[in-house]
Design a protein around this ligand. Structure first.
Ligand SMILES: [Zn+2]
Length: 269
């Protein structure tokens, strides 16, 4: 089996996870900027984090033969402080030329608040000005449907953004169609507790087809399973999917989306 982990918060994982992922056939991991498990107290905390994502973590992944890419932003969970967000957004362009940076993400909404909306708009503008791809986080805590609608509105309003260069992640049964119909890519996050189980993800693939969709584990500092993409591939096999169709979902689709960024290259197998 080969697969891509397009959304894993590896800074919070141990080296055993890297070994397991590579053993299971992982071809690369992509790490969106996210909450650290605690609120950073100043823009300097983000400077250090961006250095970690663009320098230290790719080197750690390389020790296990795994290419590492990342996305940069201030995440929605820390977006209540608009002043801090402005400072972080001003810092990001310094890092955009680094070789493993794919774009702006994971931006979006957490509680659908006014300040989160402001910061989302700032990030969409940043992506447009620098011609960057976008990875979007949709809310778990508050109303996901409302949050997804608001996010789509903000992105669609900015005519500089091409929807096919945007992925809206953590979709569920009630938001997947909205995202795909608007021309975006959709991500399904396989979580043991919230978000979406492997069985539900496969049901959605069977109902909506597998165009413009990817699977990820979003493994982070919370209860999560770094191997949930290959586990879901096994479940697809048990449910009668053929090898080519599984490969499309877990490898070819993320490859197609991510390859829109010129910096995304995998070493020849
Ligand atoms: Zn995430």
């Amino acid at each position: 089996m080969r697969y891509i982990e397009p959304h894993g918060h590896m800074v919070s994982r141990v080296t055993d996870d890297y070994i397991d992922m590579v053993t299971a056939g992982c071809a690369c991991v992509c790490e969106p900027a996210f909450w650290a498990g605690y609120d950073r107290s100043s823009v300097n905390g983000f400077y250090d984090y961006f250095c970690q994502l663009t320098d230290y973590e790719p080197k750690r992944a390389a020790k296990f033969g795994l290419p590492h890419f990342c996305w940069l932003c201030i995440n929605p969970k820390e977006s209540e402080d608009v002043k801090l967000a402005e400072e972080v957004v001003a810092l990001i362009p310094k890092f955009l030329d680094r070789p493993n940076v794919l774009g702006i993400g994971e931006i979006g909404l957490n509680k659908n608040s006014r300040n989160e909306m402001k910061v989302l708009e700032m990030h969409v503008d940043l992506a447009a000005r620098h011609n960057q791809m976008i990875l979007v986080h949709t809310p778990h805590l508050e109303d996901k449907l409302k949050g997804t609608r608001l996010i789509i509105e903000v992105i669609k309003r900015d005519k500089r953004i091409q929807p096919e260069r945007v992925i809206i992640d953590h979709v569920e049964e009630h938001t997947i169609k909205l995202v795909l119909d608007a021309g975006f890519w959709a991500g399904m996050t396989l979580y043991p507790e919230s978000k979406c189980s492997p069985a539900r993800a496969i049901d959605m693939l069977e109902n909506y087809g597998s165009e413009r969709l990817w699977l990820n584990s979003a493994c982070d500092w919370g209860v999560s399973i770094p191997l949930n993409v290959p586990y879901t591939a096994l479940e697809m096999k048990r449910r009668g999917w053929n090898a080519e169709d599984i490969d499309k979902v877990v490898y070819q689709n993320p490859l197609k989306f991510l390859s829109q960024c010129k910096k995304f290259k995998l070493p020849k197998a």
